[in-house]
Design a protein around this ligand. Structure first.
Ligand code: AMP
Length: 280
């Protein structure tokens, strides 16, 4: 496995592969890799001749009061995980290599980036879209692997790729959960044992919403109410528990078609998100 630190070195390595006709799969991450990341790596490994994984804690996607400074950075463990999944290149640029002094260009996907997490994390998706575009520009992969766990992010990046005509196929991968239903996340490490015990109720609330949506006479409003009632985590703050159109993220007038239930809650100092697909 090659450890690559600069955009230029990454670009030339990937260009050599492409010149030999090898396909490249790319998994961007912020590190602190867990079993869900590894499932993305395995899928990308299977479907491509070469696998590139990036580990970059992207300052541009954190708000001023968010957890950028304390975000876990167990780099040696991450490198070992990448090696174990037969990664060809681990791309780990320094912040200054991505955002040199005077940096001033950003990508906006205002429609899909505005609701839900966009309301509670201003600038977040702009930071995500910008860094992923920059990473793609160096790696130029055939396929980009993203988790459905960050569903809004997946839609934002798909739209960016389509709108900008990027020659990459975006592959959405299913959410990986702990046995009690909690979606795996690097941020779960912040939870105290008591908080961890309550955290699966977010998924429980989404499932209760899905059950309500299938009930005769249910409405989008009754689904929202049902999710709020089901959550019941003492001391949790709900950013949102929503039912939206799975493609536009708009609130539906009726329960019909491809919908998505999405939730974001804060338990103590930890913000958790999750979502669930629904066909009615
Ligand atoms: P992150 O390191 O949190 O930026 O995540 C890197 C990639 O892994 C993103 O595409 C995430 O959506 C994906 N990912 C993180 N957690 C999960 C999960 N529990 N299930 C599926 N994909 C995930």
């Amino acid at each position: 496995m090659k450890l690559v630190r600069s955009p230029r070195a990454m670009a030339s390595l990937a260009a050599r592969w492409r010149a030999r006709g090898l396909s490249v799969g790319f998994v961007p991450t912020m590190g602190a890799l867990h079993a869900a990341h590894r499932s993305l790596l395995r899928r990308a490994r299977r479907e491509n001749d070469r696998l590139v994984v990036s580990v970059f804690v992207n300052p541009a996607q954190f708000g001023p009061k968010e957890d950028f400074a304390r975000y876990p950075r167990p780099f040696r463990r991450d490198a070992a995980a990448c090696r174990a999944e037969r990664t060809d290149a681990l791309y780990h640029p320094a912040p200054g290599a991505i955002y040199p002094p005077g940096y001033g260009s950003f990508v906006e996907v205002p429609g899909l980036g505005a609701p839900l997490c966009g309301r509670f994390r201003p600038g977040h998706f702009r930071g995500v879209a910008t860094v992923v575009l920059k990473l793609l520009e160096s790696v130029r992969p055939d396929r980009l692997y993203l988790g459905e766990k960050d569903y809004q992010q997946l839609l934002v990046l798909r739209r960016m790729a389509r709108d900008l005509g990027l020659p990459v196929r975006v592959v959405g991968c299913p959410t990986i959960r702990a046995s009690d239903g909690l979606a795996l996340s690097s941020r779960n490490a912040y939870l105290s044992p008591e908080e961890r015990a309550r955290a699966p109720r977010l998924y429980g609330a989404l499932r209760a919403g899905a059950a309500e949506a299938k009930r005769r006479g249910a409405t989008p409003a009754s689904v929202r109410r049902r999710m709020r009632r089901a959550l019941g985590i003492p001391g949790a703050r709900v950013d949102y528990l929503e039912i939206v159109d799975a493609e536009s993220l708009a609130r539906p007038a009726r329960l019909k078609g491809k919908l998505r239930l999405l939730g974001a809650v804060r338990i103590g100092n930890t913000r958790l998100i999750d979502n669930l697909g629904l066909l009615v």
